[in-house]
Design a protein around this ligand. Structure first.
Ligand code: CDP
Ligand code: CDP
Length: 222
């Protein structure tokens, strides 16, 4: 049986997870948030009090860590960690943890396994360039830095954070920079990915555009 996959990559705050969720719902595909997987491993490393987070020999615990998505929630070792993985502490460290080759190798393998037996929409940084090189459709989603930072700022305000807009801009830029310049599977647009700048598009408009591209490219029967 043939399974379809849509890869969505792009910088922080470009709308990947919101739009990927909407596309997955529209097409009845499974949504896989690879960022949540890197965040969960970062959370566990912090919980285990790993002092030198840059030492990849300290990450053997990943082999025994169970990561699952249940109704778009991230479960780690049977516990819903969807809220904890959004904490400032995790945000501060996730780019470092996800730059480690050992961490990436294991999580990428898990991601590929998930796509082998399901139709998926998968979002992240290296989905089109590495995880699913043969994806049925590849999207590189972006938006202007001030738009992305403002979106993140509103989100943080709603969750009760007191981070200033300037700090949010700095954090988004720092992470984008780190993700783009790292050695292992950096953030970049795959040659065969379609670029969508959704600075001035709504979530619904962007999701519709992606579904349309998918149906067109894959001769999908509606
Ligand atoms: O939601 P946001 O775009 O802010 O981040 P995310 O998608 O939850 O990803 C968190 C971090 O995980 C990113 O800043 C990357 O450092 C890393 N990541 C990655 O390296 N590769 C992926 N496929 C997904 C995320
Ligand atoms: O996953 P990523 O970091 O790329 O972005 P996100 O978490 O999906 O989106 C960040 C915020 O921007 C969310 O609150 C979305 O609802 C919002 N958003 C928006 O208002 N308009 C869009 N076209 C895309 C996202």
């Amino acid at each position: 049986m043939k399974f379809y996959s849509i890869a969505i990559d792009g910088p922080a705050g470009s709308g990947k997870s919101t739009i990927a969720k909407s596309v997955a719902k529209g097409l009845e595909f499974i949504y896989i948030d690879t960022g949540a997987m890197y965040r969960a491993i970062t959370l566990k490393a912090l919980e285990l009090n790993i002092r030198n987070l840059a030492d990849e020999t300290l990450y053997d615990f990943i082999l025994d860590t169970k990561l699952e998505f249940v109704n778009d929630l991230m479960f780690m070792d049977g516990k819903d960690v969807s809220k904890e993985i959004r904490s400032e502490e995790v945000v501060k460290n996730v780019s470092l943890v996800s730059s480690l080759k050992y961490v990436r190798d294991i999580l990428v393998e898990k991601q590929r396994e998930m796509a082998k037996t399901n139709n998926v929409v998968m979002d992240g940084r290296d989905i089109g360039t590495n995880v699913l090189k043969d994806a049925s459709l590849k999207i590189f989603l972006t938006a202007a830095i001030d738009v992305r930072a403002l979106r993140r700022f509103y989100e943080l305000q709603e969750s009760g954070s007191s981070m200033s807009y300037d700090d949010v801009v700095a954090d988004v830029m720092r992470r984008d920079n780190f993700d783009t310049n790292r050695l292992n599977n950096p953030l970049r647009q795959a040659e065969d990915a379609i670029l969508i700048d959704n600075s001035e598009l709504t979530i619904e408009e962007t999701a519709q555009k992606i579904m349309h591209l998918f149906k067109e490219k894959n001769l999908w029967q509606i």
